[in-house]
Each structure stands twice: as C-alpha cells, then as structure tokens.
Ligand binder design. Structure first.
Ligand code: AMP
Ligand code: MG
Ligand code: MG
Length: 228
C-alpha cells in the first residue's frame, strides 16, 4: 500500500499489547507525517431520486490546504466543472447545491480542472510535503471520482487513492460515530458556516471540524484506500 506521495505505508492491526504499543507509535508517526491536510468535498450532478443520473459528474471541486500546527487554512483551490454527459443541471441539483447553470456553463471540463489542480499542488509546494486528503465519508474518492474517471478514461492520481475519512477520526476522538457533517458540527458545538451542500462551504465546515479534532490532539491516519 502507498501513501499520498507514493511511499510504502504499513497498515497496522493490533491484537496483542505489544502490537498495540507499536500501533500507537505508528499513529503518532502518521500524525506527524502529515504536514498538510487537504480538505475536499465534491458536488455532483443529481436528481431527487438518487441513482437516476449515471454517471454522476463532478460540478464543484473545492479543496482547502490546512497546515497541521495551528490547523489554519493556508490555501484554497476552487473550480466549478462543466459536466459532459448530462450538461444541464436539474432544478433539484440547483436547489440542493446552490449551483446554477451559469456557474458550470463556461467552466472547464474535469480533465482541465484536474490539470489546474495539479498546478495548484505545485504552486502550494505540496508535492514535496507529506499531505493527506480529508473527506467527510468515502463517497467522493471511493465512488464518484473513480466512476467518472472510468467513464472518461482518466487515471486516478496516487494522492487520491488513499485518504482520511474525518468521520472515523471524529468517532475515535469523541466516541460518537457522526451521521453527517451537520451532526459533527452540532456535537462539536461549532456554528454551521454558509450553505449545506455548497462544496466550498462544506469544505470550510469540515476544516472547522479538522481544527476541533486537531486541538484535541486527535491522531491523523489514512482510513480509506482505493483498490486497484
Ligand atoms: P454533499 O457533499 O453531502 O453536499 O453531497 C455531495 C453530492 O451528493 C451532491 O452534490 C449530490 O450530487 C449528492 N447528494 C447529496 N445529498 C443528496 C440528496 N438528498 N439527494 C440526492 N443527491 C444528493
Ligand atoms: Mg460531501
Ligand atoms: Mg458537499
């Protein structure tokens, strides 16, 4: 298994006390290993009946670059994306996400946005730093992106093949497995910023939860992997 920068990653499993000791050491190592956490939350084409639009396509691609000393946001990547298979947004999608047709109409397709994202990673000097992507749940990187890439023939880059599902870290830190982002915010007594299902606002709210967990010294580790 590889980490976000393509180095070997050992996934520990602890059964005995001595192995538990080594697990906690490895968790500490992995906490220190990530200099940056990249908070990501895609929005996608949809209709009121989940599953009726196939393939679902990314229409908003926001990522926040969060440093892991004070857990402040130090950079933002934010693009709307033009869907190719179903180019017209449904009224349901617009009312759910707040994304209107005009916002995607002149936007670049995903292939170009991925190229811009890679340039942004370079501009943020992230490719020579240890970083991990953070998402709320596994859907963004386990289902949406790989399915769309399968459709377009794009290859999933190494840095999107493993990530941190913040719900898992939240559960380990608080003892409560959260249903969703609003549940995490209310449990942590954090004020909900902006609009639910706006990708960039969701990212800011996830980043607030990252800060909350960071201040509790939660242990950051990769929780989820894309199988080849
Ligand atoms: P989220 O990150 O929770 O804002 O949702 C990501 C994407 O999941 C949305 O852009 C929609 O494509 C889909 N989605 C979320 N909630 C719903 C819903 N209630 N009904 C249909 N699709 C949804
Ligand atoms: Mg989401
Ligand atoms: Mg969202």
């Amino acid at each position: 298994m590889y980490n976000s920068v393509g180095k070997w990653l050992v996934i520990p499993s602890a059964r005995t006390a001595s192995r538990q000791f080594s697990l906690s050491n490895r968790c500490n190592e992995s906490r220190q290993r990530f200099e940056r956490l990249l908070v990501l939350d895609f929005e996608a084409t949809c209709d009121s009946q989940r599953g009726t639009i196939r393939p679902q396509e990314i229409i908003e691609f926001p990522v926040l670059n969060v440093e892991t000393n004070g857990f402040e946001t130090v950079g933002t990547f934010h693009r709307y994306v033009k869907p190719q298979v179903h180019p017209t947004l449904t009224p349901f999608c617009t009312s759910l996400t707040g994304i209107i047709q005009d916002m995607v109409e002149d936007a670049a397709p995903l292939k170009e946005v991925m190229e811009d994202f890679h340039k942004w990673l370079l501009s943020q000097h992230l490719l020579n730093k240890e970083f991990a992507v953070v998402t709320c749940g596994d859907w963004d990187l386990k289902e949406l992106l790989p399915r769309q890439f399968l459709h377009t023939g794009q290859v999933v880059p190494a840095y999107f093949k493993s990530w941190i599902n913040i719900k898992m870290i939240f559960a380990e830190s608080t003892g409560v497995y959260p249903r969703n982002l609003p549940h995490m915010l209310s449990h942590a007594k954090l004020v909900h910023f902006g609009r639910l299902h706006s990708g960039i606002d969701d990212c800011h709210n996830i980043a607030a939860v990252v800060r909350f967990l960071g201040r509790r010294s939660s242990q950051w580790r990769l929780t989820s992997f894309l199988e080849d």
